[in-house]
Write a protein that binds this ligand. Sequence first.
Ligand SMILES: NC(=O)c1ccc[n+]([C@@H]2O[C@H](COP(=O)([O-])OP(=O)(O)OC[C@H]3O[C@@H](n4cnc5c(N)ncnc54)[C@H](OP(=O)(O)O)[C@@H]3O)[C@@H](O)[C@H]2O)c1
Length: 181
Amino acid sequence: MHVVWYTAMSMDGRIADAANSLEFLNTIRSGEEGGGDDFATFLASIDAVVVGATTLRWLIDGGHGWPHDDLPTWLVSHDEDLVDRVGPTRRPFQRFAGDVGELFATIEAQGYKRVWLCGGGAVAGQTLAAGRIDEVVVTIAPTALGAGPNLFDAAALPQRLFTLADVGRAGSAVRLRWLRT
Ligand SMILES: NC(=O)c1ccc[n+]([C@@H]2O[C@H](COP(=O)([O-])OP(=O)(O)OC[C@H]3O[C@@H](n4cnc5c(N)ncnc54)[C@H](OP(=O)(O)O)[C@@H]3O)[C@@H](O)[C@H]2O)c1
């Protein structure tokens, strides 16, 4: 099973600002060399999703609900009421709390092949520490935030090595793709 952390961050490695706003993404200007609808192509390649509680709350509070309910989803959260806030979904939406290494082993045992780690940084940090991130695709916006959740938000991480697979322009942003070495 292949797990991809596909996201966007600021120049200083933040995936949101200190107020959990994604406003910084509006600094990205599209250009003629922009890679088209890369995200839609990526989503079409995914068969399951893992999302953290803070990321989901941000989506719900912003009125977006859970936009990927056509994919089986695991929510990483201690909050027993959060699943109810999502409402009905087309595919199973379930909550998990505990060691994320166990979560990815469970998903793999169910036969899923390509999992999108939708965020956020806290879940990504634990997933990296558990040695379960196979690929990182990150778009870097041309601005810095100074505070906010990090791409891998953890107090400390064991060394994990990646090999650079792609570097590209996405308008005024840079898109990097690393594969686990
Ligand atoms: N730039 C982007 O494209 C992008 C992508 C994704 C997210 N984001 C942003 O990133 C921010 C969220 O990131 P984040 O790092 O702060 O949070 P996160 O990873 O989404 O969620 C962290 C929360 O998940 C729960 N959790 C984490 N590990 C757990 C475990 N092992 N077991 C049970 N529950 C666990 C805890 O909440 P509970 O105790 O309440 O359950 C924890 O506070 C949001 O602002 C979001 O919009 C940006």
